[in-house]
Design a protein around this ligand. Structure first.
Ligand code: NAD
Length: 258
């Protein structure tokens, strides 16, 4: 099989958490364009259903929408079971749901801290674990987690200690699972995006005004677009990356390089 054929995802079954909008929706679209069938997983089921329908109509693949809060172990187990029941297997898990709360460390409430850690880190643990259990039994699978450049560097000027800590945690969780499952043909990698234009930024009154600043100081003179993460995720999902596991891919327009 040639390299371009190995990049195709025809017939693969993939779920995407946080798939209703933003990075999740865009990467899900990339997976579908490469031929995959998809479960769009989100707490926002109305938007997830719209996204699933839109992707199926445009790409002629099978899609379903599943309501799931990634912080709820029962929801997560039921979500993975539904994917396996629908598609007969789980080839790829994209654990991408996440939120951002920006508060100075000395003022941040424990509740806000726990909310960020729960969704961004505990949610990735629960989903990756549930996906891993199925994949270990199957004897194959690829797990992709969404970390962030904030797992590598402290961004200025917004204080976001919980977000940074959660994303650094995702990177180490990814590497830990990758090592544990390396001989069992279950690969685990993560992506670390830089600033990407999604509602996570545009709906946040603290982050939105900073886009102009980031456009000025960013090496490329602009922030990223969600579709600029499709290529790396399609590569990690497919059969052209069998030796790629335990890796963290920074996609940030060189933001962490200067
Ligand atoms: P977004 O706000 O556009 O989309 C996030 C989605 O996750 C939403 O549809 C939301 O309903 C869903 N979600 C939130 N909590 C959930 C939960 N408990 N269970 C299930 N779904 C839940 O955000 P985005 O920018 O697309 O971010 C996606 C991921 O990328 C996040 O993990 C984020 O931290 C990460 N990231 C984003 C950027 C950026 O600049 N946008 C940069 C680096 C990393």
């Amino acid at each position: 099989m040639g390299i371009m054929e190995k990049m195709r995802l025809d017939g693969k079954a993939i779920y995407v958490t946080g798939g209703a909008r933003g990075i999740g929706k865009s990467v899900a679209t990339g997976f579908a364009e490469a031929g995959a069938d998809l479960a769009i997983v989100d707490v926002d089921i109305a938007e997830a259903e719209k996204t699933a329908k839109e992707i199926a109509e445009k790409n002629g693949v099978k899609t379903i929408a599943i309501k799931c809060d990634v912080t709820d172990p029962d929801d997560v187990k039921a979500m993975v079971a539904k994917v396996v029941e629908t598609f007969g297997k789980l080839d790829v898990a994209f654990n991408n749901a996440g939120i951002c709360i920006n508060e100075p460390a000395e003022e941040m409430s424990y509740e806000a801290w726990m909310k960020v850690i729960n969704i961004n880190l505990n949610g990735v643990f629960l989903t990756a674990q549930a996906a891993g259990q199925v994949m270990l039994k199957q004897g194959y699978g690829s797990i992709i987690n969404t970390a962030s450049m904030s797992g590598h560097i402290v961004n200025v000027p917004q204080p976001q200690c919980a977000y940074n800590a959660s994303k650094a945690g995702v990177i180490m969780l990814t590497k830990s699972m990758a090592v544990e499952w390396a001989k069992k043909n279950v690969r685990v990698n993560c992506i670390s995006p830089g600033y990407i234009g999604t509602e996570l930024i545009s709906n946040d009154p603290k982050l939105k005004p900073l886009v102009e600043e980031w456009n000025k100081i960013g090496p490329m003179g602009r922030i990223g677009k969600p579709e600029e993460l499709q290529g790396i995720c399609v590569y990690l999902a497919g059969d052209s990356s069998p030796f790629t596991t335990g890796s963290d891919f920074i996609v940030d327009g060189a933001f962490t390089s200067f």
